[in-house]
Design a protein around this ligand. Structure first.
Ligand code: SF4
Length: 420
């Protein structure tokens, strides 16, 4: 029996797929090299935006065709699924399963389970897909209920993994040669291990002290929970990379209130000042939603102004799309699509300039990168500051740290020459 996993969405979904693979393989399934030769397809979906849900709808026809060829084929839908979508999808899939029920999947699939003596899916040992990068969830779910977001409904309430499990997992990964460890959670800043009471900065310090050459990255951070202790920890821990994604979502206080973000623009500004004071070379990225219900042109201009002022290294811009079941669905989605597009374009133009300005500062400097891809004589990887870097080099150094002298900068990345 063979399985094939299709993963949409964020790193957390990728990490979940790695646990799904473990459960399937421990029940006799082997990974199929392509979708045509599989007996089981798992679609690990994302409901964060309607476009992601539409991608799953788009796949249904393909599954029907595959089922004509292979009548034993079963298709499972899992991941972040909204109740409304679940009701619609149920007729097209053999099983629609909750990821938190992963330990029970073998029973549901009617196979004999050998290894799962846990009810906690995060205790399942993942089958890592992306050596030398590893995703390590430290929590799942969220209690914040930002009014536009599906996560509290699809992933459920916040659960923290015990610190000892996380530390053990990272130690094993480092032993196996993993070089980039991503600590994942919907809001890592609010992490607190229930038993040991270890908070996120303390967890970072413990992981930083694990011997070995590796980088520690994390996502996502909520501005309301980003403490001085965390900033100090980032500044002092040499393996914690000086890169921070701090989603602002809007540069207007009234919109932030409607989003239920629990901070003001001024509080966000102050945070950025503190971070830059302690970590002068930090690379900062943010997330912004344009066209939130009721966002006026003036309110949008406040976001544009904030982006010009802060000069982010990167901004992930999303046009607002109403997600069923969230509080924002009850608000009037009154910004026309064309206007949302225009606002996205305006912010992209600002970003191009600020990102280029930030990247130019690396010209002439020697940076460490972790090359992960090789194509036509070129290596592609990320630097310590999470910048995309392209350089000529041999395939042999894939997955190993190398030094590169930056010779040119573009808005979305750097060009370098390998230093031997
Ligand atoms: S903190 Fe993040 S995951 Fe949680 S509700 Fe807000 S946007 Fe969603």
């Amino acid at each position: 029996m063979k399985y094939y996993i299709i993963t949409y969405g964020c790193q957390m979904n990728c990490s979940d797929s790695e646990r799904i693979a473990t459960v399937l393989e421990s029940n006799g399934y082997k990974k199929a090299s392509n979708i045509d030769e599989t007996d089981l397809i798992v679609v690990n979906m994302c409901s964060v935006r309607q476009s992601a849900v539409d991608r799953v709808y788009g796949k249904i026809k393909d599954f029907t065709k595959l089922k004509v060829k292979n009548q034993k084929l079963k298709v499972i839908l899992t991941g972040c699924i909204l109740k409304k979508d679940r009701r619609k999808f149920v007729k097209y899939f053999d099983f629609v399963l909750n990821i938190r029920d992963l330990p029970k999947w073998p029973k549901i699939l009617n196979s004999k389970c050998k290894i799962l003596n846990t009810n906690d899916y995060l205790k399942i040992q993942p089958k890592y897909f992306s050596f030398p990068v590893a995703y390590v969830p430290i929590s799942t779910g969220c209690n914040n209920f930002c009014t536009y977001c599906v996560v509290p409904y699809t992933r459920g309430s916040l659960i923290h993994r015990p610190a000892k499990d996380i530390i053990k997992e990272v130690k094993e990964l480092v032993k196996k040669g993993y070089k980039e460890i991503w600590l994942l959670g919907q809001n890592v800043n609010s992490y607190k291990s229930q038993i040991s009471k270890i908070n996120f900065p303390k967890l970072l310090r413990i992981i930083n002290d694990i011997p070995g050459e590796f980088w520690i990255r994390f996502t996502s951070s909520h501005p309301k929970d980003l403490s001085d202790e965390l900033i100090k920890t980032m500044a002092e821990c040499k393996k914690v990379t000086p890169y921070l994604n701090l989603p602002v979502q809007s540069g207007d206080d009234k919109i932030l209130k409607k989003m239920n973000r629990d901070y003001t623009v001024q509080k966000y500004r102050n945070l950025i000042k503190k971070i830059r004071k302690k970590i002068p070379d930090v690379a900062l990225s943010t997330d912004v939603i344009v066209g939130f219900p009721g966002e006026t042109k003036e309110q949008f201009k406040n976001t544009a102004k904030l982006l010009r002022e802060i000069k982010f290294d990167m901004v992930y811009i999303a046009q607002y799309s109403s997600r069923p079941g969230t509080a924002a669905t009850k608000m009037d989605d009154n910004v026309p699509q064309k206007e949302k597009k225009r606002r996205e374009k305006v912010l992209t133009e600002i970003l191009k300039k600020t990102a280029l300005g930030k990247n130019k500062k690396y010209i002439g400097k020697i940076v460490k990168i972790l090359p992960l891809k090789w194509k036509k004589e070129f290596l592609f990887g990320k630097s310590f500051h999470c910048k995309s870097v392209k350089t000529k080099g041999s395939k042999k150094v894939l997955g190993k740290f190398i030094k590169v002298k930056i010779i040119n900068a573009l808005p979305w990345g750097l060009l370098g020459e390998q230093v031997v």
